[in-house]
Each structure stands twice: as structure tokens, then as C-alpha cells.
Unconditional design. Structure first.
Ligand code: ZN
Lengths: 476, 490
């Protein structure tokens, strides 16, 4: 039986400076509770929302990236419900039921070979956070932190066009990379992207899955839910239209007792936020739109001759793609791409490390050039790269000061090989008997040279040393 | 005590500037008068004794030749739903009994910035819902012309304070006539500007798409002086943005042409809004005559107020109130009530019992009219009626000749306490002339024009969008012909 899976993705616009309707910081993380607040985001009597124009622009960028249409005029609505994390007991959000008024609608993106339709994209305020604390289960205190209240949030709603947990995973990865690529969100931040799913099997009721804390778990939850529903149908048990929560510990979904679908949100127009005429904003934004990941990958393989696999990794991360583009020459593309994807990405795995990196792209180009000319070895390059990222020193200085240049002087290498073998006299006989020992000697020599010796030359030097020993050998 | 408290703001400002009036003396005399009469009249819910210190500063500045601003230390009353940092803002509700705002409303900030001194916060119907001040949680205000009568509402305290000379001018808020109605009942000028002209930042929301801060004073020129000081765009209130409102000038001079008269202007007489056989109706007819005498032409206009405009007004305000007041859940505001043993929703409904009967009525209505299954019949229909009403008013002003519409402010004279409070529908009808301006965003002003049985009668002038300065000029003309002069004898 075919499964139909739709997603609702909540993405915080973490790259913005301020909240959606006030001047408090959009990045509320690492702050003491209830310190990132003002009359507006606390919903104090008499306060009013002031729309953050940058948030509208960023949300429109997302709409463009997902091929959505945007109406000429945007408006906001109130979603009325009671919850302690909601300062005003209503959320300012967007709504299309009275005609298109959200930042985007009717979009579509390719997920593998499948088209996933985007129903709508809406801009809204994040609620605060509820924290439970207390000595025991029975003695729980409910604490509310409004630092997050009013943070700019975009909700992306898809049609149920996915069929498997795998589709979900690919789609979420695409979203993650796209949001980073257009600079809308730092998806790696805790809570920056959250997603809910709905799952139905052909002709049966739809089940919503909420409370899933990671993409990985969402994939699992969807998988579980398909299995559960299939079992039910096989046993002729009707599937309830309901909301289910993901139980992280037991790895199953459980029925949420409250039927959220029954809540009446009494939506109506938010008059405190005047309608926004978009005019030609979308055309302007389209011009400044960063190249899409797909186009970039295509370009990397077609124009620069980079392998599919490396191009996919490199193109999906704008930060590294940008370094790649600025250090790239017609000669170094492949080497450069390799060193970025195998070494640099490991060194700069977090957004913070990327921000702190002191690596200049011209210096990176020099390093790759030296590697290609065999002036340094791969091992030396790796250690130089670390120092360049950390201290911002120039490649030439590092090579000079720490002598990382390749040792390719034949007499020096012969000397190195001699001294290593002399230090362990038993080695020669072993080496003469087994090629494995040759590798071992080679390892010792490379280590003694701090990785600088030209490996090919070392191998030759060991061979010729052993040859000379063979010739010297007495009767066998 | 020889200080004449009955002067206008304009006279006061000139007197302070020339050194003839001491701000300190005037403010002290005002506070004395509040002390003497307000226990009975109950215009104020809190009084700021620090006002005297501020007044001394104004006198010192005058002596030193420094600028004292356009309001020159004039004492103001501020409706208790307008926030002032450090003082209680209760909305005359037990729910906010001890609520102290951490910030100033923009209008308060600008008022102080122009040298105005706030002497106290004024009484009102709870959360501005009502038109007699009988729904004030801490007790009603009395009409200074006849203390057995209601002063009107919801800005009853602000009107009583100006009328009884307990301040020189005041700020109220007008959702469906809440400034104009008590101004009419108390014999003063009450003005609601075009929507978006005064910042609502710091005005506690009741029906945010409809309400405006309003100004109450003893003369139309005084209203203009205050408008010049506090109106205009505010970055804290997006609905004051000029581009939102067709780019019209937001800060015209409201007093430059105030004495320009009405020669050659056309006034539309809303003939369906009054019955000429009543005291109120005949006063409106005499006002029309006065306009003609002053050189204006008066033409009959027909506006179908019908029952639909009041119905639409109550549906929309209830829906918005239901949302705006939802935050008063006793979690962040309210009073000591242990949560122990309550489920969240049960706790909220228990906490809500602190809200008074009129607020409760409108909250319940507000939960119903925009709800699924009912929105089409009520809320959405009300929006359509509002659009239709706006189109109708546009039609009246369409040929560009008409300067304003003349009608009574309230169809009846001030009535006795308790007379109508038990009949909400009858009370709602009192709003039939005033809600038009709120539903359509137009500027509107009530001017005291006549007296009957010792009670004031106000006439109402409603202008087209952004015609505020012209409306004040017209109102100033008719005020000059007013049959009612002076303050009530206390
Ligand atoms: Zn804030």
C-alpha cells in the first residue's frame, strides 16, 4: 500500500539580527532566561508589533528557492489559542484561507526524481520555551523562558508527495542545505529547524506526528508509523485521524490525547501589522539570489571535471563552495576540491569554527600548488593547513619556519634510511624475508622525517639498501 | 486662592510664557481642586503628587528664559488604559489592579516632551468597554453638571476632569465614541483623529483596528495644540506609517488655520440621525442654522446607519477584544491565586472571574463570533458591513464638495445612573452616531453646543480621511456659536 507523507518544517531565520516584531536579538541562545525580552515580545499591555523587513526579505528568498509564487500583498493573521509559552495567547502568523497572503504558495522542488509540491510558506513568530524542572516527576515546576518568543520563524508546508522515510531524509537534507545556501538559517543551531510529518496510507485517515526533535528521528518516526498503519490495516483495525507524539526512548509513536485538529484558532486579520506591498521585491531578490546547489554541482562536474561525489559534498555547503571558488585555478580544481572535502571540512565542522577560521583562500591556493608540485607531502599539507586555519600564518612562513618542505635530496634520504635500519639491526633480515617489513621500515623513515620525505624516493632507497645487503650476503 | 482654573490651554500657555501665570500655582490649585471634589466625582483613579515638583521646574525655566515647550507645564489627565512608566495602569479592572507599566506610551512621552504635566490617571469603563463609566471596576465617575447622571464613557474620568476643572485637557481613547460620548455628556470638546494619526503604542488594546487615542479639552484650539504636540508617525506603531495611509501628510499644523471660518464650505446634515422634536434634535438643527449664518451651505445627506452598523461594530470589537484580552490569564497579570489542583484551562476560567460583567460579555461574544462555523454568519459579515459603510461614507464625500457631516453625538441627554445599565442592547444604541467614524477610520469631533434641563448637548462633526486640520477649523467655528458656556457649579 502506498504511503503518502507530508512535512511541516519550522525554520528559524537565525541569520537575522532581530526578532520578527521587536528589536530583541533573533539569536536568543546562551542567554539567561527572560533577558532577551521587551514589552512587545512579552506582549505587555499596550505594546505593538513592528514588522522586521529583513525577515520578510529572507522569507521571500526561501519562497523563491522553492519555486513558490508570492502574492502582491502580504498580510498577517492572529492564531488564537492558550498556551503558557505564548505571551499574548495568540500567535501572529500568516494564512491563505482568505486568498493568498503568505510569503509563498504553490511551489515545487525535485527530490531525487520525484516532485514534491510546496503548499505554502508562512512567516510567523516563535513562542517562548517551557522548561520543566523540579526534584521529582511528581514535583515538577513549569518554568517559562520568553527569550525565544517572537524569534522569526518560517513554516514550510508540503503536500503529501513523499512515499518513504528515505524520501523524507533526502527532502530534509535538501531543505537544510538550501536554507544554509541562501543564508536564511544556520541549521546546525539547536532548535533552528524542527519538522512535523503527516502520514497516511491510501484511502485511510491521516495521522500527524509531532514532537520529533531531530531529522534522524523524524525519518524513524515516519518509518514506524507506516509500519504501524500497515499492521492495523492488515488486521482490519481502522486508523484514527489523530496526532501522535514520537517517544524518543521507546522509538515508537504514541497517541497524543488532545485532538489538536479540533482546536478552533479563530483566525483573523492582524491589524497592528499593516499589509505589505511586495511590488517588484521578488524580482530584485531573484537577481541577488545565490546560485542553487543543483546548478552549482552541475557546474563543478561539467566545467571543473570534479567527480560527482566530491562535487555533491562541496556544492551543498556554501561556505566551502565560496572558498573553493576563490582559490580555484584552471589547474588546481580537483586537488583543491579534494583537500577541502577531505581535510578542511573536518577542521571547520561547525559554524563557529568557520567564523573563527583565519585561512585566506590565496594561501590555500599556495598550499595546493605546493602539493601538486610535490614541494610538500600530503601529511605536511594537512599540518600546515591546521596552523593556517588556527593562526592565519602564511603558507610560505610555515614551510620555512617548521621546515615542512619535502625532503627530496637523495643523499639525505639514503642517510635517513641507513640510520633507521641501523637502529634496529634485526630489521634487515626480516625485510629480506618479507615485503611487510619493507612497509614497516618505510613507516619509520617517514615518521623520522616528520612526513616530509618524498615517499617514492624513500621506497627506492630502502629497496637499493636491501639489494646491496642481498649482494653482500654470504652463501645462502 | 485666586487662580482661575477655567481658562483654556491656549490662554494658559500664553500666560505662563508671559509670566502672568505661575505653573506651580496653577498645578497646586488643580491638585487642591482634585482633593476637594474628586472624592465625590471620581474622575481620577490615581493622582501624581510629584506634579508640583515638575511645575516648579517649569516656572524656573520660564524665569531663566528657557523653552518650556508648547504645553508649558499644563496639567493633564490621562485615561488609565494609557501606559506611563512607573505608575499603575489598571484599565480600571481588578485584573490589572497592581499592574505597573515599565514604559511610556508614545502619546505620554510626546506630551511630556512638549512640557505637559500628568497630574493623574483617569477613570474609565473596565478595559474601555462601556459608555457610562458604570462598568469601572473601582466605582463610576459622576457627571459634574448633575451628579445623579452618568458622565458618559468609556473615557468618563477624562471628560469629568476637564469639565470640573481638575485638569486643563486630557487624553482618552475612542473605540466607538468613548471620547466623544463623555465629552458631549460633560459639555467639553472631544476629538477622535483619523485612524493612524495618533500612536497607539502604550494604549492598552481593546479593539485595535478601530480605536484611537483621543483628546478632550475646553476648546477646539486646545485640541489642535495638543495634536500638534503628540500626533504623527511613530516607529513603535506601524499603523501610523504614512505609506500605509496613502501618503497623506501626518503632521500638518492643526492650529494655523483654526480661525479660518467656514465661508463657502458645505456641511452635510445627517438628517436620519436625529429627531427634531427632541432637545438633542433641535440643537442639531440650530447648529445647522449657525453654520449657514457663518457662511457655509448645509445640505441634507442620508447615511443608512441602520441597526447593521452598530451590530457590525459590536461583532468586530468583541472579536478583537476576545483576542486582545486573552493575555490576561492570571499567569503574568492578575492576583494571587494558587494554581494547585487546576488543569490549565480550568485555572484560566477561574482567573477570568475577576473580569467584570461587560468585559465578560464581550469576551464570550468575542470567542463566538469569529469561531469556526460562525465566522461566516457574524465576523466575516461584519467585515463586509464595515466595507459597505465605508463605501457609503466615501459616496457622501465623493464629489469633493462636502467638508463634514453634522449629527448629534449621542441621541439622548445624559441619563441617570442605573437607568440603562441592565439593558446592553439599549446601551449599544447610544453608539449609533459615533461608531461610524470608528468603523471607517474617519476623524470626528464632539463640540458642546447647547444645554437642556441643565445638561449639555454635543454636536458631532465627522470629516473625510486625513481632513483633521480642516475638521478642527470647522469645529472651532461652530464652537464659537455654542449656546453653552462655562463650567458646571460644583
Ligand atoms: Zn522584544
Amino acid at each position: 500500500m502506498k504511503a503518502r507523507i507530508g512535512l511541516e518544517i519550522h525554520c528559524q531565520l537565525t541569520t537575522l539580527k532581530t526578532k520578527l516584531f521587536c528589536g530583541c536579538r533573533a539569536d536568543y541562545r546562551k542567554m539567561d532566561p527572560n533577558t532577551n525580552v521587551c514589552p512587545t515580545c512579552l506582549g505587555l499591555p499596550g505594546s505593538l508589533p513592528r514588522l522586521n523587513g529583513a525577515a520578510v526579505k529572507t522569507a521571500l528568498l526561501i519562497a523563491i528557492a522553492l519555486g513558490c509564487k508570492s502574492p502582491d500583498v502580504l498580510s498577517f493573521f492572529r492564531k488564537n489559542y492558550f498556551y503558557p509559552d505564548l505571551p499574548k495567547n495568540y500567535q501572529i502568523t500568516q494564512l491563505d484561507i482568505y486568498g493568498p497572503a503568505c510569503v509563498g504558495h504553490d511551489g515545487q522542488i525535485k527530490v531525487d526524481d520525484r516532485d514534491v509540491r510546496i503548499s505554502r510558506i508562512q512567516l510567523e513568530e516563535d513562542p517562548g520555551r517551557i522548561v520543566y524542572s523540579g526534584a521529582s516527576e511528581k514535583n515538577l515546576e513549569t518554568l517559562v523562558d520568553y527569550n525565544r518568543a517572537g524569534a522569526p520563524l518560517v513554516e514550510i508546508v508540503t503536500e503529501p508527495d513523499m512515499e518513504s522515510p528515505r524520501d523524507v531524509r533526502i527532502f530534509l537534507n535538501l531543505m537544510h542545505d538550501m536554507l544554509e545556501n541562501i543564508g536564511a538559517s544556520d541549521a546546525s543551531l539547536e532548535g533552528a529547524i524542527r519538522a512535523d510529518a503527516n502520514v497516511s496510507l491510501e484511502g485511510n485517515n491521516k495521522v500527524e506526528i509531532k514532537n520529533v526533535s531531530s531529522f534522524h528521528d523524524l525519518e524513524k518516526a515516519v518509518g514506524y508509523e507506516i509500519m504501524r498503519q500497515t499492521n492495523n490495516i492488515e488486521n482490519e483495525i481502522e486508523i484514527d485521524k489523530e496526532t501522535r507524539q514520537w517517544d524518543e526512548k521507546r522509538r515508537i509513536t504514541v497517541s497524543a490525547r488532545s485532538k489538536e485538529s479540533d482546536t478552533d484558532y479563530r483566525y483573523f486579520l492582524e491589524h497592528d501589522v499593516p499589509w505589505i506591498e511586495i511590488g517588484n521585491a521578488c524580482d530584485m531578490l531573484r537577481k541577488d539570489m545565490p546560485e542553487s546547489i543543483a546548478t552549482r554541482r552541475q557546474r563543478y562536474t561539467a566545467e571543473y571535471g570534479i567527480s560527482d561525489q566530491v562535487a555533491e559534498i562541496l556544492s551543498s555547503q556554501q561556505y566551502f563552495a565560496r572558498i573553493f571558488e576563490s582559490a580555484r585555478t584552471d589547474e588546481n580544481s580537483r586537488e583543491l576540491a579534494n583537500i577541502i572535502t577531505t581535510d578542511l571540512m573536518g577542521l571547520l565542522e561547525t559554524r563557529q569554527k568557520q567564523a573563527d577560521s583565519k585561512l585566506g583562500s590565496a594561501e590555500l591556493g599556495r598550499l595546493v600548488g605546493a602539493m601538486m608540485d610535490k614541494r610538500i607531502t600530503r601529511t605536511s599539507a594537512k599540518s600546515a593547513l591546521q596552523s593556517m586555519v588556527r593562526d592565519g600564518r602564511s603558507f610560505d612562513d610555515i614551510v620555512r619556519e617548521s621546515g615542512l618542505g619535502t625532503v627530496d635530496d637523495e643523499s639525505k634520504i639514503t642517510e635517513l634510511v641507513g640510520s633507521v635500519i641501523d637502529s634496529e639491526p634485526g630489521l634487515v633480515n626480516q625485510a629480506l624475508a618479507s615485503p611487510k617489513a619493507v612497509h614497516y621500515i618505510m613507516g619509520l623513515v617517514m615518521k623520522k622525517s616528520s612526513g616530509r620525505a618524498d615517499p617514492e624516493m624513500v621506497r627506492k632507497a630502502i629497496e637499493s639498501y636491501l639489494d646491496s645487503k642481498r649482494n653482500d650476503a654470504p652463501d645462502q | 486662592m485666586s487662580t482661575d482654573l477655567g481658562i483654556t490651554l491656549a490662554e494658559y500657555v500664553r500666560g505662563v510664557a508671559s509670566g502672568e501665570i505661575s505653573c506651580e500655582e496653577y498645578v497646586v490649585a488643580t491638585l487642591d481642586r482634585i482633593e476637594k471634589h474628586d472624592a465625590k466625582l471620581h474622575a481620577y483613579v490615581s493622582v501624581d503628587a510629584d506634579a508640583v515638583e515638575a511645575a516648579k521646574g517649569v516656572d524656573a525655566a520660564v524665569r531663566a528664559g528657557r523653552d518650556v515647550g508648547a504645553l508649558a507645564g499644563a496639567p493633564f489627565g490621562i485615561k488609565d488604559n494609557i501606559c506611563m512608566a512607573g505608575t499603575r495602569t489598571t484599565c480600571c479592572s481588578w485584573m490589572l489592579e497592581d499592574y505597573v507599566s515599565p514604559y511610556d506610551a508614545t502619546v505620554v512621552d510626546r506630551l511630556s516632551g512638549s512640557g505637559g504635566i500628568v497630574v493623574g490617571k483617569t477613570n474609565m469603563d473596565e478595559f474601555a468597554m462601556g459608555l457610562t463609566t458604570e462598568f469601572a471596576a473601582f466605582g463610576p465617575s459622576l457627571n459634574p453638571w448633575n451628579t445623579e447622571c452618568v458622565p458618559g464613557g468609556s473615557s468618563g474620568g477624562s471628560a469629568v476632569a476637564v469639565s470640573a476643572l481638575e485638569c486643563i485637557a486630557s487624553l482618552g481613547s475612542d473605540t466607538g465614541g468613548s471620547v466623544r460620548n463623555p465629552a458631549s455628556f460633560c459639555g467639553i470638546v472631544g476629538y477622535k483623529p483619523t485612524y493612524g494619526r495618533l500612536s497607539r503604542y502604550g494604549l492598552v488594546s481593546y479593539a485595535n483596528s478601530i480605536e484611537q487615542v483621543g483628546i478632550m479639552a475646553r476648546s477646539v484650539e486646545d485640541v489642535g495644540i495638543v495634536m500638534n504636540a503628540i500626533s504623527g508617525e511613530d516607529k513603535m506603531d506601524d499603523t501610523t506609517r504614512r505609506d500605509v495611509r496613502s501618503g497623506a501628510d501626518h503632521t500638518p499644523d492643526h492650529i494655523a488655520d483654526i480661525d479660518g471660518g467656514v465661508e463657502g464650505m458645505a456641511v452635510g446634515l445627517d438628517v436620519d440621525s436625529f429627531d427634531e422634536s427632541t432637545d438633542v434634535g433641535s440643537a442639531v438643527r440650530r447648529a445647522a442654522d449657525a453654520f449657514e449664518a457663518a457662511g457655509a451651505t448645509v445640505t441634507d445627506v442620508h447615511i443608512d446607519h441602520g441597526p447593521s452598523s452598530v451590530a457590525s461594530y459590536y461583532v468586530l470589537t468583541a472579536a478583537e477584544a476576545g483576542s486582545n484580552l486573552a493575555r490576561y490569564d492570571n499567569l503574568r497579570y492578575g492576583y494571587d491565586m494558587p494554581q494547585e489542583g487546576y488543569e490549565y484551562n480550568a485555572y484560566i476560567s477561574r482567573a477570568r472571574s475577576r473580569l467584570g460583567p461587560e468585559v465578560t460579555r464581550r469576551m464570550i461574544l468575542g470567542g463566538f463570533v469569529p469561531s469556526a462555523g460562525h465566522a461566516g454568519k457574524y465576523y466575516l459579515k461584519a467585515l463586509k458591513m464595515r466595507d459597505a459603510l465605508s463605501a457609503q461614507v466615501d459616496g457622501v464625500f465623493a464629489d469633493g464638495n462636502l467638508a463634514c457631516i453634522l449629527s448629534p453625538t449621542v441621541p439622548v441627554l445624559p441619563f441617570k445612573f442605573g437607568e440603562k445599565i441592565d439593558d446592553p442592547v439599549e446601551l449599544f444604541r447610544m453608539d449609533s452616531n459615533t461608531v461610524l467614524a470608528n468603523l471607517t477610520g474617519r476623524p470626528s469631533i464632539s463640540v458642546p453646543f447647547a444645554m437642556s434641563s441643565g445638561l449639555p448637548i454635543g454636536v458631532q462633526l465627522t470629516g473625510s480621511l486625513d481632513s483633521d486640520a480642516q475638521l478642527l477649523r470647522i469645529a472651532n467655528t461652530i464652537h464659537a456659536s455654542s449656546e453653552s458656556k462655562g463650567a458646571p457649579q460644583l
